[in-house]
Design a protein around this ligand. Structure first.
Ligand SMILES: NC(=O)c1ccc[n+]([C@@H]2O[C@H](COP(=O)([O-])OP(=O)(O)OC[C@H]3O[C@@H](n4cnc5c(N)ncnc54)[C@H](OP(=O)(O)O)[C@@H]3O)[C@@H](O)[C@H]2O)c1
Length: 222
């Protein structure tokens, strides 16, 4: 099967996507900023490359020959890191570098992991704009994510991109079930929804193996 290039391959989502892709027989190139920080990624036959999701030229060179790319990069792993160093344009710059770099490399599919905070709530507003539903101190990160989605939507590109947005509870330790439900732009149903990283990876790989959604954003949940 054709190769998939995963940006952020050392992170929680990146590792889950890599494992799912390898289990399905794909060749995987895992892009990380510092390979020494992420030992063990090669163990399952992943080709590890040093790279940065902001580097359009590097993306164009690294991605050539792959059938799809996954954007599993986050500038922050958790709110405990604080937001002082967060570049509000991070996800915009990443979208630009990926769309242009992948177009140059003739990689036609890009699947991006989203953030639940910019889904719509019951009254049509965004979750992140409701202080009762979303901690205001994390809003800068959510705004940065949302700007990245808006950039994807606004860019004329040959790249068939898709943003796949998990629910609020995205769980590292929860097992792979192979099942998930697909929603739209709104938070589906009352009560907290959850999903494992492993099943998020299943949803991403399904959209690479058999693309069903194009140039849009979907939500997925257990
Ligand atoms: N409930 C939700 O909606 C929810 C929950 C969690 C995550 N997410 C989203 O899911 C995505 C993945 O998150 P995650 O939990 O897997 O995060 P993570 O575990 O923190 O992994 C993110 C990875 O991105 C890498 N990275 C950071 N800056 C980079 C750059 N400039 N170029 C290349 N790689 C870079 C980091 O690697 P190094 O720093 O080691 O280089 C890290 O391994 C993000 O978009 C995140 O916002 C959504």
């Amino acid at each position: 099967m054709g190769g998939i290039i995963v940006f952020g391959a050392g992170g929680r989502a990146g590792r889950a996507v890599t494992a799912e892709a390898r289990a399905r027989g794909h060749h995987v190139t895992g892009v990380v900023r510092d390979p020494a920080k992420h030992p063990g990624i090669e163990a399952d036959g992943v080709h590890v490359l040093r790279g940065d999701v902001m580097d359009q030229r590097g993306i164009a060179l690294a991605a050539r020959g792959h059938i799809a790319a996954v954007h599993a990069v986050s500038p922050l792993t958790g709110p405990e890191q604080g937001f002082a160093s967060l570049d509000p344009e991070f996800f915009v710059k990443a979208a630009d570098a990926l769309l242009h770099g992948l177009a140059e490399a003739q990689v036609s599919r890009l699947v991006v992991i989203g953030l639940f905070a910019n889904l719509k709530n019951g009254d049509g507003g965004l979750v992140m704009d409701d202080p009762a539903a979303f901690p205001p101190e994390i809003r800068p990160f959510a705004r940065a994510h949302h700007a990245g989605l808006e950039r994807l939507q606004a860019t004329e590109t040959p790249v068939d991109w898709l943003m796949v947005t998990p629910p609020a509870l995205l769980e590292s330790a929860a097992p792979r079930t192979g099942r998930y439900r697909v929603g739209g732009e709104s938070v589906a149903g009352p009560g907290p929804l959850r999903l494992s990283y492993a099943d998020l990876a299943v949803a991403l790989l399904d959209e690479i193996d058999t693309p069903r959604h194009h140039r849009t954003r979907i939500s997925v949940f257990a």
